[in-house]
Design a protein around this ligand. Structure first.
Ligand code: HEC
Length: 228
């Protein structure tokens, strides 16, 4: 049940994020010379931190044990099951339902910034599915290399996730059931866009080929999004 609107909404959110990044990346006064500033990132200011932040888990664990389970609060908030004759919709009705959605949204807006802390991408010794003839995933070292080469892009992907969280918080405030469908789609895209860039970029080529095949067969692109 996808309407054509959310896709456009995501594009504009992503575009806004990138535009914002671009604006932030050009400081009025010369930034202090740090490694990151030279790479095009605004220098972090310690003024808004009580103390330095230290990571405990890898990106992979942060995904599996924090962002993914709480994203489900948003993904599960609305659903539509086609029973053949009628479609049965699940939407939030009680305060408890909305609480769950707000918890998911809060986890996205705040949790996204935990990805700004430099941390290993996977636990020591975990190479992802990066070995063999046609590996589907990049190794943690390959992901690290990509992020080091263009940290601004990594930050933009994080910002895109955070923007969906902000959108979700606003939707909760307005109790806007209809807009929740957009949130769910946009969240899926924010997860997926980062994964396709850093985790399994080879799959993008695979998905493109699949889309082409489906287009050849049925004359329309396949639904290839899967952020979970
Ligand atoms: C800023 C980039 C980024 C965003 C946004 C992002 N992820 Fe991830 N995610 C990653 C990377 C990178 C990995 C792979 C880390 C590794 O295995 O080396 C990953 C891995 C995962 C994993 C695999 C964990 C495991 O144990 O195998 C899950 C699940 C996951 N992400 C879910 C999500 C969900 C759900 C969202 C959206 C709510 C999301 N991610 C958003 C970058 C991102």
């Amino acid at each position: 049940m996808m309407s054509p609107v959310p896709r456009r909404a995501t594009v504009s959110v992503a575009f806004l994020a990138i535009a914002l990044m671009a604006a932030c990346g050009t400081p009025q006064t010369p930034a202090p010379k740090t490694g990151d500033a030279e790479q095009g990132l605004p220098a972090p200011s310690a003024a808004n931190l009580y103390a330095d932040m230290k990571p405990v888990v890898s990106v992979k664990e942060l995904m599996y044990d924090l962002l993914d389970p709480l994203a489900d609060n948003l993904f599960d908030a609305v659903s539509s099951v086609n029973t053949g004759k009628a479609s049965v919709e699940t939407v939030p009705t009680t305060e408890e339902d909305w609480d769950k959605i707000r918890i998911g949204a809060t986890a996205m807006v705040e949790g996204a910034y935990l990805l700004r802390i430099k941390r290993p991408f996977a636990p020591p010794g975990d190479l992802n599915n990066s070995t063999g003839p046609e590996p589907i995933e990049l190794s943690p070292a390959q992901i690290q290399e990509k992020v080091d080469k263009d940290p601004v892009l990594w930050i933009a992907k994080i910002e895109a996730l955070r923007n969906v969280g902000l959108q979700a918080l606003d939707v909760v405030k307005r109790r806007d059931v209809k807009a929740l469908w957009d949130v769910s789609n946009d969240l899926d895209e924010a997860c997926e866009n980062c994964h396709l860039e850093y985790w399994y970029p080879n799959q993008k080529a695979l998905l493109d080929r699949l889309d082409q095949k489906l287009r050849d067969l049925y004359g329309k692109p396949g639904q290839s999004g899967a952020g979970k």
